[in-house]
Design a protein around this ligand. Structure first.
Ligand code: SER
Length: 581
């Protein structure tokens, strides 16, 4: 059963161009840590930019969602998943989109129409009821009783708080051996959602105001893991063919059956797979205490904790063995997994070794602190959490081993206070949601191209972009370079960028074949990431880079460019922070 291939072949036959998955860590979008949906890397095109591949696209996008982190361990949740998506950028709309989905399910996957049910938007004071979609489904053969009309919470889709959005229609499948009821009851959990078709015709700003987009788009998403499980007739996603080899290996390593150990086994498999994808991503994430690196660290540590529960020898290389199964499974589709295999395995190994040490130290501290206690008090539990990264479950486990209880209520209180503080700290990062790019971010984006070109001219032809991060306040640019830049070099770079801004060069977008772009000397960070036809942004005769945009039209609008800081980012990579004044 190759769902992904069937899906891409089908949409290709309907004139869609298959585009490669974007990296997990979005470039130039500091509002999210990871891509959480196939539409995310396409936001600028959904907002109206022309896509170099045209108006019909489809892909398999690697995604990481962290909202469900606490649900991992049940039958259906995953932190990493693949999303199948097809898009119309101002081309077809509801009529064809619904027909394409219906035919794919009933004719390609041969799902009986009797096993399907649909939800559509019931309308509110701002947007009318979606009768067009409901009628289309009925014309195709869905019975009236199998269509439910729901409100904004269910049938309106937007990523974050603002951005392109619209009502959606969701397709449900009867995942049970019980007879299929005539009337669709959305609350009956035997109906599971498998596909979501969003009709993106609006833009919602941060205040909730809705305006019409330049083009009417379709954005659909179908989760691979869930759909494969359904097609293979298993109710537990982890029993599908995707997980089979890794699960067999884990059973062998732990010498335990799956039954009775499901939760820990699911967590270990899920977290290792996600860690593999994060560590292999071209953005070069390493475990750390902030942002993506923190997530990576947390996933690896949680996995180790559950391995400990299953009495797996933590000094063995169990995590590398399981990681290898996933690397082999996915490396043909995602080349970075094979290419970065050594790095990935090292990340897992080193983080495990570090955590093992913390664990050892923490256990010693536990013994010392609790020596005279009858039960573990909340401060000790919180101290172990805060200083040694001991999750409360671990403290409880260890306490039980010592015949002690833990003041969970007190811990919960301290934990909530702590959470409140860190939430306030991270709010800045998420408040914007996916609002697309602000004018200032667009300016910084163009300034980044100029900076890249100036560095190559002043410092060395060997300077290449290694990463970038833009907010509306500044740009951050990482580039390959073997030395700290001198003040003279920095001044020259700054002057050159300002000279180019003053020259008011035109910023042009060209569309060409990837080979042609590369041989014409266009700069490009991750060559594999781009499709065969690419867009290239050319600024006068000073810069040429492969890039999805958006950019300003003339450099004159950028203002004054100022370098604020130059520092080391990692071995052989320097980092510049700069502002436009
Ligand atoms: N953006 C929608 C989703 O994530 C459809 O792709 O479900």
């Amino acid at each position: 059963m190759n769902l992904k291939k069937k899906y891409l072949d089908y949409f290709e036959s309907l004139g869609h161009v298959v585009i490669p998955s974007a990296p997990l860590v979005p470039e130039n979008d500091p509002s999210v840590l990871f891509n959480t949906a196939g539409m995310q890397p396409l936001i600028v095109y959904l907002m109206g930019e022309d896509h170099p591949y045209g108006k019909r696209l489809c892909d398999v996008q690697k995604c990481v969602r962290l909202t469900d982190l606490d649900s991992i361990g049940d039958e259906t949740h995953h932190t990493f998943f693949e999303m199948l998506g097809n898009w119309s950028l101002g081309d077809y709309f509801k009529h064809e989109s619904i027909e394409y989905s219906f035919n794919f399910l009933t004719k390609v996957l041969n799902i009986p129409v009797e096993k399907l049910a649909i939800t559509v938007f019931k309308g509110d004071d701002k947007i009318p009821r979606d009768d067009v979609s409901a009628k289309r489904w009925m014309d195709l053969g869905i019975k009236k009783d199998r269509i439910a009309y729901l409100g904004r919470d269910d049938n309106f889709w937007i990523a974050g708080e603002s951005g392109p959005c619209g009502c959606d229609t969701e397709i449900f499948y009867w995942r049970s051996l019980d007879p299929v009821p005539i009337v669709f009851d959305v609350l009956d959990e035997r109906w599971v959602e498998i596909w979501n078709n969003v009709f993106m015709e609006y833009y919602q700003d941060a205040d909730g105001n809705i305006s019409e987009l330049k083009k009417k788009n379709v954005d659909t998403g179908m989760g691979v893991e869930r759909t494969v499980a359904i097609l293979e007739g298993v109710n537990d996603n982890y029993l599908s063919s995707i997980w089979h080899d890794a699960l067999e290996l884990l059973k062998k390593i732990s010498n335990l059956p799956y039954e009775g150990n499901e939760k820990s086994m699911r967590i270990i498999l899920d977290h290792i797979r996600t860690a593999v994808f994060i560590a292999a991503d071209p953005s070069g994430i390493k475990p750390s205490n902030t942002n993506q690196g923190y997530i990576l660290r947390r996933l690896i540590r949680r996995c180790i904790r559950h391995a400990r529960k299953l009495n797996i020898d933590l000094n063995s290389n169990f995590e590398e063995e399981i990681a290898k199964v996933f690397i082999n499974l996915y490396k043909d589709t995602y080349k970075e997994l094979g290419e970065n295999e050594e790095v990935v395995l090292e990340v897992l190994r080193t983080e495990k070794e570090k955590f093992n040490k913390t664990l050892e130290k923490g256990l010693k501290v536990f013994d010392k602190l609790t020596k005279d206690m009858k039960d573990v008090d909340s401060f000790t539990a919180f101290h172990l959490y805060d200083t040694f990264g001991f999750p409360i479950e671990l403290t409880v486990e260890v306490a039980h081993e010592h015949d002690m209880n833990v003041d969970l209520e007190g811990f919960e209180k301290l934990f909530k206070e702590h959470q409140k503080k860190s939430r306030t700290a991270s709010q800045g990062m998420f408040k914007g949601g996916l609002s697309g790019n602000s004018d200032m971010e667009i300016k910084y984006h163009t300034a980044t191209h100029l900076l890249n070109a100036a560095l190559r001219k002043v410092v060395s032809k060997d300077v290449h972009q290694k990463g970038s991060n833009i907010t509306s306040e500044r740009l951050r640019f990482d580039f390959s370079c073997d030395h700290k830049l001198s003040l003279d070099e920095l001044a020259k770079v700054e002057d050159l960028v300002n000279e180019w801004i003053k020259a008011d060069y035109k910023v042009e977008k060209l569309t060409m074949k990837k080979e042609e772009a590369i041989s014409s000397g266009a700069e490009c960070m991750f060559i594999d990431k781009y499709p065969d036809i690419v867009s290239v942004y050319k600024i006068g005769d000073v810069s040429k880079e492969l890039c999805g945009g958006p950019h300003v039209e003339h450099t004159g609008v950028l203002g004054k460019f100022k370098i604020k800081k130059e520092e080391s980012s990692s071995a052989g990579v320097r980092r510049i922070k700069a502002v436009l004044e």
